[in-house]
Structure formats: structure tokens, C-alpha cells
Design a protein around this ligand. Structure first.
Ligand SMILES: [Zn+2]
Length: 113
């Protein structure tokens, strides 16, 4: 019973079963045992930064370029640290807070801190 699957969110192998789900001890990601054929090759749900490092909820990332906030004149400067990101579905796949503003960012313009 020791071959539990690696976490699809952060690829760490310290996971444990919890009723119908597996839970990752590293990032807290939970996923159903039914989807146990999720492998490390399945990139579908893994959000990666500009260098291909998998990102997980709660991570801290740094902007690698200036980004204009859609619908405003605000520009978030390259090098800005964004803490406690949340992975979401969609074109802009990171839900974050910068200077108290809730914004959506693209993981391709981020690097894990
Ligand atoms: Zn994980």
C-alpha cells in the first residue's frame, strides 16, 4: 500500500489517502482516487512558471516582466513579489493579490520565488 501517486499539483510524493481522495502533505492538494491514472506526464492541471517549475496554491512568485492590469492604468513592475497565489482554471491561471488588489495573472510571466 506504499505506492501512492505523486501529487499532480506539485509533483511531491508525500501523499496519503483520505476517504475517496488522495491528499498531498506538501501543498494540501486533494484529488479523487478515481483519477489515479494521473501521472507526472499529465500536464493538463499542472500550472508551471516561466521556467517550467510547477506552481501550487500558496506559493510565492516574482514577476519577470512589467504587467499592465487589465482595465486600469496600473502597471505591476517586474520583480514584484506576489505571495499566496491560488491556481485557477483559465487563460489567466493565477488568482493573486497585489497591493490589496485582486488580480488574475498568467503563470508564464512568473517565476517561483
Ligand atoms: Zn502537492
Amino acid at each position: 500500500m506504499s505506492d501512492l501517486p505523486a501529487c499532480p499539483a506539485c509533483q511531491e510524493e508525500i501523499t496519503y489517502p483520505d476517504r475517496e481522495n488522495y491528499v498531498c502533505a506538501t501543498c494540501g492538494h486533494e484529488w479523487p482516487m478515481d483519477g489515479s491514472e494521473v501521472t507526472e506526464d499529465s500536464d493538463a492541471k499542472v500550472v508551471r512558471d516561466a521556467h517550467g517549475t510547477p506552481l501550487a496554491d500558496g506559493d510565492t512568485v516574482v514577476l519577470i516582466k512589467d504587467l499592465k492590469v487589465k482595465g486600469s492604468s496600473t502597471v505591476i513592475k517586474m520583480g514584484t513579489r506576489v505571495t499566496n497565489i491560488k491556481i485557477v482554471d483559465g487563460d489567466h491561471d493565477l488568482d493573486c493579490r497585489v497591493d490589496g488588489m485582486k488580480i488574475m495573472l498568467k503563470s508564464e510571466f512568473m517565476k517561483k520565488a
